[in-house]
Design a protein around this ligand. Structure first.
Ligand SMILES: Nc1ncnc2c1ncn2[C@@H]1O[C@H](COP(=O)(O)OP(=O)(O)OP(=O)(O)O)[C@@H](O)[C@H]1O
Ligand SMILES: [Mg+2]
Length: 142
């Protein structure tokens, strides 16, 4: 399904609504350029999953963990040196931990994503720099 966001807050709300629909064990993978709002979306996602803690970008840490009704593991693969590093951060363990894994720059780890990954694409709308077209594959958010 495709959604139009006019602001960062609206992107968060769409993320929150999706979070309420996800089950433990889901992997969510983003497609979208720098600054499109992947981290903003994840902030809402965390709320929807009932997670506590302030969501910040895991750019340098690769992964941030949030406790909640359903735990959130938020990855940013932008600075992942190579696919061996995925093993080092314990990717396989995260997949088995009954949380939701949300993965920014997932194209860098394409082979490691499960078959039933939920894809979320965020692209700029031609009308305005602040508008985004958000496409969620396979799940009805609202
Ligand atoms: N509709 C919108 N949705 C989300 N963010 C928006 C929107 N309009 C403007 N913005 C701005 O775009 C930026 C999005 O930043 P964010 O860190 O969430 O992007 P990102 O996709 O995670 O980038 P990166 O690839 O660098 O991690 C913020 O500065 C935010 O204020
Ligand atoms: Mg980000």
């Amino acid at each position: 399904m495709e959604y139009l966001s006019h602001s960062e807050a609206e992107t968060e709300s769409i993320g929150e609504a999706l979070g309420k629909r996800l089950h433990p064990g889901t992997v969510l993978a983003y497609r979208g350029d720098l600054g499109m709002g992947k981290t903003a979306f994840t902030r809402g996602l965390a709320r929807g999953l009932g997670c506590t803690g302030r969501v910040t970008s895991p750019t340098f840490t690769i992964v941030n963990e949030y406790e909640g009704q359903i735990p959130l593991f938020h990855f940013d693969m932008y600075r992942l040196p190579d696919s061996d590093a995925l093993f080092d951060i314990g990717w396989e363990d995260y997949l088995g931990r009954d949380g939701v894994c949300a993965v920014e720059w997932s194209e860098r780890v394409g082979d490691a994503l499960p078959e039933d990954t939920v894809w979320v694409s965020i692209a700029r709308h031609p009308e305005s720099d602040d508008w985004r077209i958000i496409t969620v594959e396979g799940v009805n958010v609202f």
